[in-house]
Design a protein. Structure first.
Length: 246
């Protein structure tokens, strides 16, 4: 018998020039969601792509009523995620990277009954129960160094703020994302920082994660900008206007 009160879940997929990867990702996500008892939907946020990303998303939206395309001007991953989360109408809103480096079956571990009384649940590739597959040692070490900076400057105790799979409740989205200013890769650090300042409960969920060599993130190219974003977030923390987001 169907659940009388199914979970409302939206999978938000930010996409920039993802024409080649998006079909396989959507096929896998749809195949999984169609087997769940949830009241689910998929929201693809096209970040002003210059390829056929929007056309792919439109094709899936025509074929599947629960799939929606949201077009946004190019502003960066943070801007796309912010727009998609705020537009979603469900109780649980899950950020899912277009490369699907986390098996989609792991989504249920971010939701009740596995996670309860949490406002934010974030994937972690660290600690007991987590598994990294195929990641080069150099990439792993650079990532751990960056996390050390994040913990030292902003978010002590969170072992993996940069994995691209995160769940926010509707309450958390409404309290946090109107105040997120970072549009680049470090947007989620700012979102978690604001969530913690507002007393929202954040939990980490160990996952299986697969390294994708065609990742959009280039550590050498994007690392300095991400560090600068950390410093800007920290500077805002000393600004009375930043504290006013409570």
């Amino acid at each position: 018998m169907a659940d009388a009160n199914p979970l409302g879940v939206t999978i938000v997929i930010p996409a920039y020039n993802e024409e080649s990867r998006l079909p396989a990702t959507l096929d896998e996500v749809l195949g999984y969601l169609q087997q769940t008892p949830w009241d689910w939907s998929i929201r693809i946020v096209d970040d002003g792509s210059g390829d056929g990303t929007a056309a792919v998303a439109e094709r899936y939206a025509r074929a599947h009523p629960r799939v929606a395309l949201q077009r946004e001007p190019h502003g960066g991953k943070g801007a796309a995620v912010k727009a998609g989360l705020l537009a979603a109408g469900s109780e649980y809103r899950f950020i899912c990277d277009a490369d699907l480096s986390m098996p989609i079956r792991e989504v249920e571990r971010f939701l009740p009954p596995y996670v309860t009384n949490a406002d934010v649940a974030i994937a972690t590739r660290e600690g007991a129960g987590a598994r990294r597959v195929g990641e080069p040692l150099r990439r792993h070490l650079v990532g751990r160094m960056f996390n050390t900076l994040v913990q030292w400057l902003l978010l002590p105790g969170l072992e993996d703020t940069q994995c691209g799979f995160k769940m926010f409740t509707a309450r958390a989205v409404e309290q946090v994302f109107p105040f997120v200013t970072v549009e680049g890769w470090s947007f989620d650090i700012e979102a978690l920082y604001l969530a913690r300042r507002q007393g929202l409960r954040i939990v980490e969920v160990p996952i299986e994660w697969h390294y994708r060599p065609d990742s959009r993130l280039n550590v050498l190219r994007d690392g300095p900008a991400m560090f600068a974003e950390l410093l800007r977030i920290r500077r805002r923390s000393g600004d009375p206007r930043a504290r006013a987001v409570r």
